[in-house]
Design a binder for this molecule. Structure first.
Ligand code: TIU
Length: 221
């Protein structure tokens, strides 16, 4: 059993029944010149999560933990894109339209794929998800249950959107989530702070919060 210093209290986990979930570290959100930046966001805020997430990813692989990557995006025919999601924001170039890195958030396009720094290894599941939450319209829950996974260590972007949605979905399905605060990021510093506080408040209403250094120390000991 590994023990991580965390808030609101210590997080205990068995690496064999814990998965690392890396959420939506896609070029369109994280890389300069992508969709996120085109919307006026400062992607350097998101890029701070890359190096610590890489260290966590390497350690999880060495510990033989299950590693699952997610990508937000849609089928090329957009048949799984709700009209409400397409219309939201009244964007000139929105989901499905040509963007700086191919069609925006469309599967198979360059911008939709995971950044080079955190490239999945062969054999690591990559879950394509049409929503913000990683459980909605995916087989993530089945995949975790089939492997006996009960706990999740969570990295990725953005903290208040896809990370928070996924952690809430996981919580309702009976998983314990540990979110590593330096491995998740938001375009909005105040949302980063509050999204993490919401998870760990009220005795860990949605889960636990720690950081990469404490997680790595727990895996080493
Ligand atoms: N992955 C994810 O968080 N998708 C978003 O659209 N995030 C925003 O913060 N917009």
């Amino acid at each position: 059993m590994a023990r991580v210093q965390a808030e609101p209290y210590e997080f205990e986990f068995e690496p064999a029944t814990t998965a690392l979930l890396v959420i939506d570290m896609q070029r369109d959100f994280v890389d300069p010149g992508g969709f996120g930046e085109a919307l006026g966001n400062d992607v350097s805020l998101l890029r701070k999560a890359i190096a610590p997430t890489k260290r966590v990813l390497d350690a999880a692989r060495s510990a033989k933990m299950l590693v699952i990557h997610t990508r937000e995006g849609h089928r090329p025919d957009l048949s799984d894109l709700p009209p409400s999601k397409k219309a939201r924001g009244k964007l000139k170039a929105g989901i499905g339209d040509p963007g700086p890195m191919g069609r925006i958030l469309v599967r198979g396009e360059y911008g939709h794929d995971i950044i080079d720094e955190l490239k999945p290894l062969p054999g690591e599941p990559v879950m394509d998800k049409p929503g913000k939450g990683a459980f909605y319209a995916t087989d993530l829950d089945a995949m975790l249950k089939n492997r006996g996974v009960q706990q999740l260590v969570v990295c990725g972007v953005t903290t208040e959107v896809c990370v928070n949605s996924s952690v809430r979905e996981a919580n309702d399905r009976g998983y314990d989530c540990l979110v590593l605060e330096d491995c998740v990021a938001s375009y909005f510093p105040e949302f980063q702070l509050m999204a993490l506080r919401m998870i760990k408040a009220q005795g860990g209403i949605f889960g636990w919060v720690s950081d990469s250094r404490k997680f790595l120390a727990a895996l080493r000991s």
